[in-house]
Design a protein around this ligand. Sequence first.
Ligand code: NI
Length: 170
Amino acid sequence: MAVREILILPDKRLRHVAEPVKKIDAGIRKLIDDLFETMYDAPGIGLAATQIGVKKRVFTVDLAKKEEPKNPQVFINPQIVWSSDEKATHEEGCLSIPEFYSEVERPVQVKVKYLDLEGEPREVEANGLLATCLQHEIDHLYGILFIDHISKLKRDRVIKKFAKAVKRAS
Ligand code: NI
């Protein structure tokens, strides 16, 4: 296992579209181990393969609170098969856009089909924080960031800020 580098806005690889996992082999299991280790190290509640520069439809999630035991969850080839008409607004952040938070409106409930670590098809009906998190992570697999759901004015401002930081560092 290894802590991998998390890509930061405006890294173009964050815009790559991930490909479906064909076979859950040693390489995919290693990727999942790395995602968990990197996510816990950050720390964060979700991490998509896209965020470590791997174009595979995989992400990890753990919504357990600090005092609760770990609850590692992995989603392979996830797909939203249903979302509610009802929407809600939650504050979101992203390990690829550190220290920036904004309210995002999304469907309150979603149904997601995916494969588990054994390659077994699964389905989860999610609401609350899990629904938000699943939609946020699935977006990553399409190269979509949560700032794409906020106003253009706010988005342009945050992109500009991060682009400047890259310039300063180089
Ligand atoms: Ni994110």
